[in-house]
Design a protein around this ligand. Structure first.
Ligand code: G3P
Length: 218
């Protein structure tokens, strides 16, 4: 399973990238606004830090505008993945950019039928949003299960399932149990993944007992 970080905060990306466990980054217009940074500059900086896929989202909503913006974003760095909304125009732009070997992440996926269309349009990634479905009283993880099952039924579907809108470690673990290819994780959730009180307690006890032996390894 690949781990992407869902943020445009360059300091947070650098910190988490030092773990060596980060495979890519996703951003969206809200995260860019939150960063307070220039969009093109911040995407360039992220691409210089993380060599894996970095999703950058278009602002246009019409097919021609999306294709033009997608090509501009792709010029920033080879690892830029163009993020397009799951609309008919987005799907048309996805086909056009994919035909030019530009990778696309089709975002704002909230149904299995949308995920089927993303795969048929040749998207490199589809991003189903689990947290936002939970927010309206629908179990977002049921959608991930459905997409995993559907994609496994068709060997010609090459699109990777990129689970987005992850709000807690349980979302990540459930996505892994289902076999989703990628999880994009906000920095606060990424930091929670390692935490367990029994690990902290165990380390504390082992240090105390080791010190009582009076030995040294080096
Ligand atoms: O990048 C898309 C997605 O992960 C957004 O998450 O928490 O705003 O629903 P959220």
């Amino acid at each position: 399973m690949q781990f992407f970080i869902d943020t445009a905060d360059i300091a947070a990306i650098k910190e988490l990238n030092e773990t060596g466990l980060i495979d890519g980054v996703t951003t969206n217009p809200s995260l860019i606004a939150k960063s307070g940074r220039n969009f093109l500059e911040v995407i360039g900086e992220i691409c210089a830090v993380v060599k894996g896929p970095v999703s950058a989202e278009v602002a246009a909503t019409d097919v021609d505008g999306m294709i033009k913006e997608g090509k501009r974003l792709h010029l920033i760095a080879n690892n830029v993945v163009v993020k397009l909304p799951l609309t008919w125009d987005g799907l048309k732009a996805c086909r056009a950019l994919t035909a030019e070997n530009i990778k696309v992440n089709v975002t704002l996926c909230f149904s299995a039928s949308q995920a089927i269309l993303a795969a048929k349009a040749g998207a490199t990634y589809v991003s189903p949003f689990v947290g936002r479905l939970d927010d309206i009283g629908v179990d977002g993880m049921d959608l991930i299960q459905d997409i995993c099952t559907i994609y496994k039924n068709y060997s010609d579907f090459k699109t990777k399932i990129l689970v987005a809108s992850i709000r807690n470690p349980v979302h990540l673990v459930r996505a892994a149990l289902m076999g989703a290819h990628v999880a994009t994780i906000p920095p606060n959730v990424a930091k929670q993944l390692v935490n367990h009180p029994l690990t902290d307690k165990g380390v504390e006890t082992f240090i105390k007992d080791w010190q009582s032996t009076g030995q040294k390894i080096l």
